[in-house]
Design a protein around this ligand. Structure first.
Ligand code: CO8
Length: 259
């Protein structure tokens, strides 16, 4: 597939997906969502990529779903558009590789929702977050009503969604919406350093950790502990477990083979 709204670059074992539609502040229309869907399929299937960074070109990460496109939708078309976006975001969330959102600017509506389906959010000090949908006569539609309360708690999520308030990066850090805030010029280096650190670990163990956290949070604690136990057990069938523990005992750095 030829991409016109996405730039993809690979540095070592880190894949960098940049949404490149700055003239509309990277607003998510069907085309951008379709390209995101395709690039994440491609990245998921590429064994040379261990960690992904998602960012945006220009002054926005993503300023929301495309309001001009959405303005013309009827109820069933709105539902279908919401379902498509939500399915792309869920694919990113479930992908067996960590995804770091490097939030370079506005992350509003669908943009805030896109950042929330990523595993980790690093924000530029210029980033702004919010769910402005009720000011447009709609609810958040790409799973923001579900992920925001899971990340920041029910009360704060309701406040942000009902008031449509836009918050700055420091406030996003304070409420736990982002992991870290850095100066704009340090954003990609910080994201890259974290991505490379993760990529240097046993990839299968990172993959199972993501699966245990994601699945475990959706169930009761006893089932969640059983999910972890199962994945923990599977690690002992990997070469990387033998290498990681062997290297520790031999007092040397491990050489993981990702299997
Ligand atoms: N959709 C379409 N175009 C957009 C969007 C958007 N979300 N955001 C910005 N643009 C366009 C502007 O229209 C403008 O285009 P043009 O130059 O042709 O006039 C261009 O991008 C630049 O934007 P501004 O001139 O407005 O830039 P400013 O720096 O003055 O303002 C803001 C930046 C504050 C980010 C402002 O652009 C803004 O408020 N944007 C809209 C933010 C918003 O409300 N986002 C939420 C959208 S709703 C949503 O995401 C719902 C998700 C679920 C969908 C479910 C489907 C049913």
């Amino acid at each position: 597939m030829d991409f016109t709204k996405i730039i993809f670059e690979q540095k070592g074992s880190v894949g960098i997906v940049k949404i490149n539609y700055p003239q509309a502040l990277n607003a998510l229309n069907s085309e951008v969502l379709g390209e995101l869907n395709a690039i994440f399929d491609q990245v998921a299937a590429d064994n040379s990529i261990k960690v992904v960074i998602l960012t945006g070109e220009g002054k926005a990460f993503v300023a929301g779903a495309d309001i001009s496109q959405m303005s013309k939708l009827n109820a069933s078309e709105g539902k279908a558009f919401g379902e498509f976006g939500a399915s792309v975001f869920r694919k990113i969330e479930l992908m067996a590789k960590p995804v770091i959102a490097a939030v370079n600017g506005f992350a509003l509506g669908g943009g805030c929702e896109l950042s929330m389906c990523c595993d980790i959010r690093i924000a530029s000090s210029k980033a702004k977050f919010g769910q402005p949908e009720v000011g447009l006569g709609i609810t958040p539609g790409f799973s923001g009503t579900q992920r925001l309360p899971r990340i920041v708690g029910v009360g704060k999520a309701k406040e942000l969604i009902y008031t449509a308030d836009i918050i700055n990066a420091q406030e996003a850090l304070r409420i736990g919406l982002v992991n870290q805030v850095v100066e704009p010029e340090e954003l990609m280096d910080t994201a890259m350093a974290m991505a490379e650190k993760i990529a240097s670990k046993a990839v299968v163990a990172v993959k199972y950790s993501k699966e245990a956290i994601n699945k475990g949070l959706q169930t009761d604690i006893d089932s969640a502990i059983a999910i972890e136990a199962n994945l923990f057990g599977l690690c002992f069938a990997t070469e990387d477990q033998k290498e990681g523990m062997g290297a520790f005992l031999e007092k040397r750095a491990p050489q993981f083979k990702n299997r």
